[in-house]
Every structure is written in C-alpha cells, then in structure tokens.
Design a protein around this ligand. Structure first.
Ligand code: AMP
Ligand code: MG
Length: 340
C-alpha cells in the first residue's frame, strides 16, 4: 500500500535509517567548548555518548552562571552588589564553594583570599583596561580584601560582605569545583575512563586499559602551549596548576600576572613560575595551587606536607623544579633541574 503511494521505496528506507540514526545515542571521542572563561575539554573513552557530554557542559554553564563575576545575574555578582548593605541568599553550589574558600583562606593565612575581587578589578589583567595602578589606588582597595569580613550563614544559606566595596572572586576555585562536578557525572554514568580538562584543571577518571597511570604534561612556563617541562603520573587524581603564563601583560620589561598577593595588592612575586597540586579533589587543588603560588616555596610546601594525600610540583624562576616526596614526576626538559 505504502509503496504504491510513495513512488520510491528507497526514499522510505533512507528516511527510516535517518530517524533511527537520530534516536540512537551517538558516541564522540571528545568535546571542547568555551565555558567558565576557558576552553573546557572532556574526553569520554569508549562510551562517549552525546547526551553525557551535553549533561556535563550544561552543568559547567550552570556553575558559571552562578559564580561568574562577569555575569550580572550570578549569585556572586548579587552578593558583591549588596556588599555592606544586606545578606544575599545563594545557591547551594555557591555556598559550598564559599565555605571551602574560607577554609583555605584560614589555612593559608590569607594567601588564598576569595575577597581579592577589588584588587583583580583594579588591575584588569586580561581585559581591555589592564594597567599598573598607582600605589594610592592599591592602598585604597587593600582594606576591602579580607576573608574574615565574609559572613556565611549556613541556616539561611546567605552571604554577607561586611564592607561596602568588597567583592568576591571565585576565579581561583570555581573551575576546580566544576571539574569535580563533571567527574561526578562521568562516574554516575558508569563511564570507566575519562579526562576532564577545564583550562588546565585536569581530572583523570578511572584507569587506562593497560593499568598504566595517566600521564599529565606539566607546562613549561616559558614555552609555547603544550611544551612540557615534564610529566606527572596520576590515577583517579586531579592535577591543577597556577602559573604566571595563564594571564598577564608586560610593561617596561616586567610581567604582571593574574595571581595576587592579597596583602600587597600586587602580582605575587615569590620566585615560583608555576605551582601544581596533585590530589583527589579538584576544588581543593585549585585553591591550594593559588595559595602555594602566593605563599612561596618554603611556606607553600610546608602547607602541602600538612595535608594528607596531597602532593605539589613547583617550577621556580631559577629553573629548579621542586616536588614533595610522593609526587610522581618525570623531568623531560633537561634545561630544568629537578630536586625532590
Ligand atoms: P588560579 O589560576 O587558579 O591561580 O586563579 C587565579 C584567579 O583567581 C585570578 O584570575 C583571580 O580571579 C583570582 N585570584 C588572584 N589572586 C588570588 C588570591 N590570592 N586568592 C584567591 N583568588 C585569587
Ligand atoms: Mg586556583
């Protein structure tokens, strides 16, 4: 009957094949999209289905929409706009990240400080208005940077910044949280092997088929993107780096990068070019990589040694690479020298 009405049965077959193709879950080797201010790339080995990629990227955008200072409707922007005026109720995601941020601010004695926002805005690094501010401008904003003035009320889930002009900036921890959330989706979906890479915040999920550890390249801070100083071996771990090469501008022979000393209001200058943390939780690693970068080698390493199951690899200006004892690091660029 149908064939009588539709003159060409071949077309019917083609349509049926196409409909079947649309309804089947498709697999992709990997997917990269721009989110959280960076290129986010997810690789799902073997069972890389489109709907899982979609779920992950939707979750990344949801987190960005709640935490970005560049989105006026985000919870963080609303908290900042109400600084010194009133508490603001925030989403659980945001509250959780802020609680952890305050924890690491305390632990690092303020080297990591989520209230660094006014300093970040003043310098505008990576933006059209980036510049070296005059000292009086820095002196004016420094009293606004103090994690002790962040009031978190767990009962109401609200956040209050104690002084007018204060501003939160989760640029140094939100990607870590997002990477953990992406890894959780991957685990729930039963995917055995995957790599989450949110602009250098890396989580390796599961084991490789041959059971050998994953190899994560450690960026040479002075080299081109993808030029490595060495390799970090890791399984079921996150590898997160804070480095001078991520965002910066140069003026009069100086490089001004995006990781600030909250007490001085200047880019941290501790002799570290990059600080990498290897541990289980990416949010923790993200906060700690920034904290160690600001604290410097000695204090930074003693902080890391006080935290169980957490390792660090530091690349220093003098070309030395210093790692904690259980870090599984192999030097590949022999222009550096490696001390354990
Ligand atoms: P990361 O690359 O993870 O070290 O994060 C750097 C970003 O975190 C910057 O672009 C700022 O938005 C913010 N930031 C800069 N300095 C600090 C600091 N000392 N504590 C917390 N966040 C910071
Ligand atoms: Mg960080």
């Amino acid at each position: 009957m149908i064939c009588k009405k539709i003159k060409n049965p071949f077309i019917v077959l083609c349509i049926l094949f196409f409909l079947n193709f649309l309804s089947c879950p498709r697999t992709e080797a990997s997917r990269a999209e721009f989110a959280l201010g960076t290129v986010c790339s997810i690789t799902l080995f073997e069972q890389g289905q489109s709907d899982i990629y979609r779920e992950i990227f939707n979750r990344l955008r949801e987190i960005e929409n709640r935490m970005s200072v560049n989105i006026p409707s985000s919870d963080i922007s609303r908290v900042n706009a109400a600084a010194g005026i009133e508490p603001v109720k925030v989403h659980e995601d945001v509250f959780r990240v802020l609680e952890r941020s305050v924890h690491f601010a305390r632990l690092s004695d303020g080297a990591f400080d989520p209230s660094v926002g006014p300093v970040v805005s003043l310098w505008g690094i990576g933006k059209d208005n980036q510049r070296v501010p005059a000292q009086p401008e820095i002196d004016e904003v420094l009293p606004l940077v103090n994690w002790r003035d962040i009031e978190l009320d767990a009962r109401s889930g609200s956040v209050f910044l104690g002084k007018v002009g204060m501003a939160l900036d989760l640029g140094s921890i939100a990607k870590g949280y997002a990477a953990d959330e992406a890894a959780a989706i991957i685990k729930r979906a039963g995917i055995k092997r995957a790599i989450v890479d949110l602009g250098g915040n890396i989580v390796v999920c599961g084991e490789k088929k041959d059971k050998s550890p994953w190899k994560v390249g450690l960026q040479n801070p002075g080299g081109k993107r993808g030029e490595y100083a060495g390799i970090i071996m890791a399984n079921e771990k996150t590898v997160v780096t804070s480095g001078v090469y991520e965002r910066y501008f140069e003026q009069d022979g100086f490089r001004y990068h995006h990781i600030f000393s909250p007490s001085r209001g200047y880019p941290a200058d501790t002799g570290i070019l990059s600080a990498t943390i290897i541990t289980a939780n990416s949010m923790d690693a993200d906060a700690l990589s920034t904290a160690v970068f600001v604290l410097g080698c000695e204090k930074g390493l003693s902080l890391i040694k006080s935290i169980p199951e957490t390792e660090a690899v530091l690349i220093m200006e003098d070309k030395s690479i210093i790692a904690t004892s259980a870090a599984d690091f192999i030097l590949t660029d022999k222009t550096f020298y490696y001390k354990k």
